[in-house]
Design a protein. Structure first.
Lengths: 352, 334
């Protein structure tokens, strides 16, 4: 701390300042130094020269800034560059993920791909599509929502409108715990209960049961938040008019918060659409179109991607299909997300 | 226990939304009200029943096979479950799960905190909004897509890093590389780190945004640099939030199945080197062994799933405790 006081720029109030372009200049200099040193020493690993450049950069920044601006400013500059590096470091894989999926996905992504199944196509050959998987996913996710949304919304209503005491506390706690259940454990539970003990076969519905377990806590959480935003005055006004409590909830509380609840449900749907692990255990997957979710193995979009990757022994045609299906899945999830956020913004309950 | 909702009670000390009408005298006595209350309470109870039955059914199936196990469930390095008598243990899975999660946390948490700070305190404002939105969306990318990307893009690009680690750090034994495909626990850790990055970033960013403006302005007024503001007011305030965000990420990393299954080439052994293919995690083992498992084999997998369930419960419970403590203290902090 005392260094700033003893710096030679004491006469001006602000002390010395490096020009704005100095970080860029130091970056350029250190990259050049890294390249130069590596070339001179005959190192060819790009990690090596990047590391040398990084060391040169840190030392140079600290040295120069400490000399001109003081040691505290130098530390600040190092921290700033570290934080920029953290950001850039994270952007690389995430951008690559999106870019590669789109780039490789569009290869076979067309109307034919969306409207045909894999029924007569061997896994290693080109052709075929994801129609059966789309059917499967829509049915499974739809059934899961049919189970999870009513239970989730009603539970949230109980917690917000009625809940007090031990039962409500226990529910709140276990909803939180439930949020953290790994999807494979939900799958194992349905497997042990539905398939091993009740002896039902693999079916889309078994998958829906597992998905609904994953979906419930998310719906409860988001609905709870939305119900809490409904102003108490609205409830009181309705009750004061002699409206029964249940009608108040149905006609006043729910309509007020319906936008937020819809958003929460859609985000939950987006989350479970991408679940692969329970599908692997319960739905089993097939190459044929199976419109009946209650009987026989079905396909599902995430499972399709996994099986195209895993069962094709490296055939390029299968990888192309896997990428295209991944693109379809991401597009579906992203559209759900965007629409959900749109609704949230459009229908947000005003808090005043 | 909760029958009190039927009877008028004293108003609660801090009125929460929805509770004002508990004071209505005849509210809950109408048939419509009773049905509605019954429905909503029934849903809550159904939720509790589901949680309970997860534990009960997994335990029931697990204990059908555990007495048959000729090995020690916790120390055996084998997974031969389709023969009678079966011989299996979870030692390798515990090791693989813990190691890959530690790597993921060590890589993801500092970077995620960095991004969160970048978005709240360093980035130009015009940039930070859209970036935060995009990172929010990235949290929704399904894990199978990460898995596909990891197996087909990340793995082929890791040769350079592996070679470098082997050259300079190979003498430690941990980073010794025999030259196989980089489908090892380290790769799994890196992929998991990328996967949990968005969620840790999001939660941390939310916490950092809640830092009282006064704290930061006070630090600035004393002449603190931006880094000193972050260190003195932002990080102490956000510490517990970052910890619970990390726990959320950890819970995800522990239970991640399909991305690990696509990237790892599993063997049932514990290797000193993180760079050599091998090892396995709970979830990955379940996914890859399930297809060929007999009924006995499935029960064994369910037994390992039960252990995973308990571990994630503990991690989530710890995260909840930290959040609860934070709620207590935040009044004093603000």
């Amino acid at each position: 701390m005392s260094t700033t006081l003893t710096s030679k720029h004491r006469s001006t109030l602000r002390g010395g300042h490096l020009p704005k372009w100095s970080p860029l200049a130091i970056i350029a200099g250190s990259v050049a130094a890294g390249l130069g040193i590596s070339a001179a020493a005959g190192l060819h690993s790009s990690i090596q020269w990047a590391l040398i450049a990084a060391v040169v950069f840190v030392v140079a920044t600290y040295g120069i800034a400490a000399k001109v601006e003081g040691r505290r400013q130098a530390k600040d500059r190092i921290a700033t560059s570290l934080i920029w590096v953290a950001f850039l470091l994270a952007v690389i894989p995430l951008a690559s993920l999106v870019w590669e999926t789109v780039k490789r996905g569009v290869k076979v992504f067309d109307v034919y791909f969306l409207t045909h199944s894999m029924g007569v196509v061997a896994d290693t050959e080109p052709g075929g599509g994801i129609y059966h998987a789309i059917i499967g996913t829509l049915e499974q996710v739809g059934l899961a929502s049919l189970i999870a949304v009513p239970i989730g919304v009603l539970t949230a209503i109980y917690l917000v409108e009625y809940g007090k005491g031990k039962l409500a506390k226990a529910i709140t706690f276990f909803v939180d715990v439930m949020t953290g259940i790994p999807s494979i454990v939900a799958g194992l539970f349905i497997l042990s209960f539905w398939i091993l003990i009740l002896d039902m076969g693999y079916s889309g519905f078994a998958g829906s049961l597992a998905l609904s377990i994953l979906m419930m806590p998310v719906v409860v959480r988001s609905t709870e938040e939305m119900l809490k935003l409904v102003p108490n005055e609205l409830r009181e006004a309705s009750l004061a008019l002699g409206v029964p409590k249940w009608r108040t909830i149905l006609k006043v509380v729910l309509p007020t918060s319906i936008g937020g609840i819809t958003t929460g449900v859609m985000l939950a749907v987006a989350r479970i659409t991408g679940e692969t692990a329970p599908m692997l255990l319960l739905v089993w997957g097939t190459n044929f179109i199976n419109n009946n979710p209650f009987e026989g193995p079905q396909a599902s979009l995430p499972l399709y991607i996994y099986q195209q990757y895993a069962n094709s022994s490296g055939a390029n045609a299968a990888y192309d299909r896997a990428w295209a299906a991944a693109l379809a899945l991401i597009a579906f999830v992203m559209i759900l997300n965007l629409v959900a956020r749109g609704i949230a913004r459009w229908k947000a309950p005003s808090q005043h | 226990m909760d029958i009190s909702t039927h009877t008028p009670t004293a108003p609660p000390p801090s009125p929460r939304p929805g509770q004002a009408e508990n004071r209505t005298v005849r509210g809950a006595t109408r048939p419509g009200d009773r049905i509605f209350l019954g429905l909503s309470r029934g849903s809550g109870i159904a939720l509790l029943l589901i949680m309970a039955s997860i534990a009960v059914f997994l335990t029931y199936r697990a204990f059908k096979v555990l007495p048959e196990d000729t090995g020690n469930f916790f120390t055996t390095f084998e997974w031969n479950t389709n023969v009678t008598p079966p011989d299996f243990g979870i030692a390798v899975l515990v090791f693989g799960t813990v190691v890959s999660s530690i790597i993921a946390m060590a890589l993801a948490v500092p970077v995620a905190v960095g991004i969160a700070l970048f978005l709240t305190h360093y980035a130009p404002r015009r940039l930070s909004g859209p970036i935060a939105y995009v990172i929010d969306l990235l949290a929704a990318v399904p894990s199978i897509v990460y898995g596909l990307w990891g197996a087909l893009i990340l793995v082929p690009n890791l040769d350079g890093l592996y070679g470098w680690l082997d050259d300079y750090l190979g003498w430690t034994g941990i980073f010794d590389w025999q030259g196989g495909a980089p489908r090892s626990l380290l790769t799994v850790g890196i992929l998991l780190a990328i996967m949990i990055l968005p969620i840790i970033t999001n939660v941390s960013r939310e916490v950092f945004r809640q830092v009282p403006r006064m704290h930061e302005e006070a630090a600035l007024a004393l002449g603190a640099t931006r880094w000193e503001v972050v260190r003195m007011s932002v990080l102490p305030f956000g510490r517990s939030g970052v910890i619970s965000a990390s726990m959320l990420g950890l819970g995800r990393a522990l239970g991640e199945t399909i991305a690990v299954a696509t990237v790892l080439s599993p063997t049932f052994e514990i290797k000193a080197s993180l760079l050599d293919p091998g090892g396995g995690t709970f979830a990955q083992n379940i996914a890859s062994k399930f297809g060929e498992a007999t009924e006995q084999g499935r029960d064994a997998l369910i037994a390992s799933g039960l252990v995973l369930f308990v571990i994630t419960l503990l991690v989530n419970g710890a995260a909840r405790l930290i959040i609860a403590r934070r709620a207590e203290y935040s009044g004093a902090n603000a």
